[in-house]
Design a protein around this ligand. Sequence first.
Ligand SMILES: C=CC1=C(C)c2cc3[nH]c(cc4nc(cc5[nH]c(cc1n2)c(C)c5CCC(=O)O)C(CCC(=O)O)=C4C)c(C)c3C=C
Ligand SMILES: [Fe+2]
Ligand SMILES: [Fe+2]
Length: 373
Amino acid sequence: MPGTPNYTGLNGHSHDLPAKAAVLLVNLGTPDAPTAAAVRPYLAQFLGDPRVIEYPRLAWKLILHGIILRIRPKRSAHAYQRIWTPEGSPLRVGSEALAAALGAELARRRPGPVHVALAMRYGKPAVADVVAKLQREGVRRLLVLPLYPQYSATSTGSVFDAVADTVKGLRWPPELRQVNDYHDRPGFIAALAESVRAHWAANGRGEKLLMSFHGIPERYVRNGDPYFCQCHATARLLREALGLSEDEALISFQSRVGRERWLHPYTDETVKALGAKGIKRIDVISPGFAVDCLETLEEIAMQNADFFREAGGETLSYIPCLNTAPAHVDALADLVLAHAQGWPEFDPAYDAAAEAVKLAAARERARKAGAGA
Ligand SMILES: C=CC1=C(C)c2cc3[nH]c(cc4nc(cc5[nH]c(cc1n2)c(C)c5CCC(=O)O)C(CCC(=O)O)=C4C)c(C)c3C=C
Ligand SMILES: [Fe+2]
Ligand SMILES: [Fe+2]
C-alpha cells in the first residue's frame, strides 16, 4: 500500500518479503584442525554438556579440566590426523555435501522457498548463529533435523536444547518442528540395505555383518533413554531387509569413554572374539552415523580392523555411511516433506491455491476497471 511504513530492519523481516522455510540439519561438530590446540576447546564444549555427561557438575568440572582436557586432546588429535582431508574434517565435509544434496533434491521436488542450512552442536557454525542468519533472511518456519537416525538424549536431545536456548531469546521465533528420530523409516532402512548389497557386489561378502552403533552409558538407558531400543530396531529391520539370520548379522556398540559400563556388547570385544573364533572376513556397517567421521573412518576402518587381524582374522571390510548416496538423500527428503505437512513452502498444492487467489484478484481489478469505463 503506498504510504505504508515498512519497518524493515527492526526484526530482520519485511512485510514485502514472502515467508520462507528452512530445514536446519544439525550434526555433532568437529574440531577446526587436527591439533591438540583445536581439539581442546571442542572437547571442552562437548564433554561440558550436561546432556552428554550426567554427573554431579562440580565434580565433573574438576575431572574434565583437571585430568581429561590435559590428556585427551593430544590423543584425539592424533586420531583426527589419520583421517583429515585437504578439505578438512570428514564429518564437516560430509555434512556440507549432504546439506547441498538435500537442498538440490528439495528444490527439484518443490522449486522455490525452502533453504537447507547446516549447523553443528559443538564448534562452528553454532546453532544460534545459523538460526540468527535464517531469521535475517526472513525464514519464518524451521524444521530441525538432527543427523542422528536414533534418538538419544546425549545427541538429539542436546540439539533440541541448543535450538530451545536459541529461540527463547527471539522476539519473533520461527514456527518450529523437530524430527526426533528416523530409525525405522522404510526409506532409511532401504537405503542401508541397498548400500550393503552394493558393497557386497563390489567387494565380495564377509562371513558376518556387524552393525556397530555409537554407545552411551547403560545408566542412561535404564533412566529412560530410548536409544538402545531404537538401535536394536534399526538393526533388526536392516537384518530382515537383507534376509540374514541373527547369527549372520550382529549388533555392537563402539566408542566408549571413561570407566562406567556402556551399552553391550562392545564393538572392539566383538571384533576380537570373531577373529579368535577363526572368522576370516567380516563386513562392518555403522547405521547410527549419517556421514562418515572419526568414529567410523578411524575407530572402525583402522583401529578395529587392526584388532580383528591381531586376533586372527584377515579382512574387516568397512561399509561407508550413506553420506550423499541418492537413496539416502531421497529418504531424508521424504522425511522432511512428511514432517513439513501443512507448511505452504513445502507443499506444491499451495502454489495452485495462491495462483487461484491472484487470478481472482486480477479478475476483480478487471471488473472494476470495466465498471469505471
Ligand atoms: C551417533 C550419535 C552419537 C552419540 C549417541 C554419542 C554419544 C557420546 N559421545 C561421547 C564422546 C565422544 N564422542 C566423540 C565423537 C563423536 N561422537 C559422535 C556421535 C555420537 N556420540 C560422532 C559423530 C563423533 C565424531 C566427531 C568427528 O569429529 O568426526 C568424541 C570426540 C573424539 C574423541 O575424543 O574420541 C568424544 C569424546 C559421549 C561421552 C557420549 C555419550 C554419553
Ligand atoms: Fe560420541
Ligand atoms: Fe571414538
